[in-house]
Ligand binder design. Structure first.
Ligand code: NAD
Length: 468
């Protein structure tokens, strides 16, 4: 049995049953059976269903967003909720674009066309921090091209996914095209190890990502991995420093730092260091913690007691390694919410590049501020972790922003902004931040195979040309 508890009040939100191994097999079989019809369903019908599903998601955006807040405690952000439908409409639009090409091969009188074909049953595994968006990025392109899906949401946030699946059914998605199995990592493992799963789309931690990649290797299943990060926000002295401070604060503390792209290292050119540090500390101290459903709340609680303990342990270790706490570094007791899992936004200084806090993801409202002397040192420091998800560059020098953006090892670089995402822009990581890209014009290809069909144009049947 899974229990979902409110991270700010401790109240029981729901108890739901965990899928057994037999349930996982049943879900995969249902997806396999549904694939036979769904892959043959005309594109126009698939477009119509995706469009209807998008409309229902828009209609229920607030309900879904509130449900997600009740599961993971991230402050309500209706703006991002309003984007749910946009994603599906974009995948429907891509589905109507040409999906292959014609080529005349050099061997002579034949013509070849390419086709995009679905792969079969796709397993989608999602984390707890943005369960709906991160599912739509997988589910949308997967079903658009004719695959069927089995989803295993995080054990911390199963409810929003189950509600989304109900809306999918209401929109006309045939039975078996979308299936959900609830449970913890063991259920996820049973799903990805099922031999009938032909593609795996995973978002979660880098440690689990490595295990998922190992399972995917058995049976040679393609896999996409959206993993953790230790992203750097690089502030040059010529930047608009007030904007840079705001960006660094949003990068580090937006969504309570429980975001893969959190700017958890702020690198600042020496001559601007004091001003940026002071500004960031003031911004951290001003953040109001509280009930994440209240509009006056800037930051909600940490999602789970285990995550709160991890944050505390990593900050304690940083201090033992010589870091100095410039802001936060403590739990907070919010009036009226004695059982809330609140942690103050934290800024650390005196952090060395080889320390754990510089190198490893915290996944909480904790950032460190580190000075640098010049562009080369900034790039070297920014690139000196095993991750490569995202980075920010703050400068008014256009040549420098392009130079530094090119040199940073990151799947996304923001210049004079941070935390921006869009359905038509590819997102994904390098190094231990992952494999593959979600969203953007290539996202349907990520969930399909390319087939080449040779048609001989000669009037009589001939042998294939011999290789020379
Ligand atoms: P996690 O790795 O613990 O779990 C992710 C999912 O995998 C969950 O559904 C979990 O039940 C399942 N799982 C766990 N062990 C498994 C196994 N052996 N086999 C199959 N499935 C298994 O991650 P989390 O704590 O839920 O999420 C936080 C992490 O996700 C952070 O590292 C964060 O950076 C990352 N994340 C990355 C992105 C991105 O787009 N790059 C986005 C959001 C979150």
């Amino acid at each position: 049995m899974l229990t979902v508890r409110s991270p700010w009040s401790g109240e029981l939100v729901a108890s739901i049953s965990t899928a057994s191994a037999a349930d996982v097999s049943r879900a995969v079989s249902a997806a396999e059976d549904a694939f036979l019809d769904w892959r043959e369903t005309p594109k126009s019908r698939r477009v119509a269903i995706l469009t209807a599903f998008a409309a229902l998601l828009d209609e229920h955006a607030r309900e879904l967003a509130v449900l997600q807040v009740r599961e993971n405690g991230k402050a309500l952000n209706v703006r991002s909720a309003e984007g749910y439908g946009e994603h599906l409409r974009y995948y429907a639009h891509l589905l109507q674009m040409p999906s292959g090409y014609v080529v005349d091969p050099p061997t002579g009188s034949a013509r070849v066309h390419t086709e995009r074909v679905p792969v079969g049953v796709v397993a989608c595994l999602t984390p707890w921090n943005s369960p709906i968006n991160l599912l739509l990025w997988k589910l949308g392109p997967a079903i658009a091209v004719g695959n069927t899906v089995v989803v295993k949401p995080s054990e911390i946030t199963p409810l929003s996914t189950l509600r989304l699946a109900e809306l999918a059914t209401e929109s006309g998605l045939p039975p078996g095209v979308l299936n959900v199995v609830s449970g913890d990592g063991a259920v996820g493992r049973a799903l990805i190890e099922h031999p009938s799963v032909r593609r795996i789309a995973f978002t979660g931690s880098s440690a689990t990502g490595e295990r998922v990649a190992e399972a995917a290797a058995r049976g040679l299943r393609p896999v996409s991995l959206e993993l953790g990060g230790k992203s750097a926000n690089v502030v040059f002295a010529d930047a608009d420093l007030d904007q840079a401070i705001r960006g660094a604060s949003v990068g580090a503390f937006g969504a309570g730092g429980q975001a893969c792209m959190a700017g958890s290292r702020v690198l600042v050119e020496n001559s601007a260091y004091d001003k940026v540090l002071q500004g960031l500390v003031a911004a951290a101290d001003a953040i109001r913690l509280g009930n994440p459903l209240e509009p006056s709340t800037d930051m909600g609680p940490v999602a789970t007691a285990a995550q709160l303990e991890k944050i505390e342990t990593m900050v304690d270790r940083a201090v033992a390694d010589g870091a100095v706490v410039a802001a936060g570094g403590v739990r907070e007791r919010v009036a009226g919410l004695p059982d809330g899992l609140f942690y103050r936004p934290t800024v650390l200084t005196n952090v060395t590049a080889d320390s754990q806090i510089f190198q490893e993801e915290v996944f909480g409202p904790v950032t460190c501020v580190i000075p640098f002397a010049d562009e080369d040192e900034a790039v070297r420091l920014a690139n000196s972790t095993r991750y490569g998800l995202a980075a920010g560059v703050w400068t008014t020098d256009r040549g420098r922003s392009d130079r530094v953006a090119s040199r940073l090892i990151a799947g996304t670089v923001w210049v004079n902004t941070y935390r921006k995402l869009a359905y038509n822009v590819p997102f994904g990581g390098m190094g231990m931040s992952g494999l593959g890209r979600e969203n953007g014009p290539g996202c349907l290809d990520e969930f399909s195979e390319q087939k080449a069909v040779w048609v001989d144009l000669a009037p009589d049947v001939r042998d294939a040309p011999r290789p020379r």
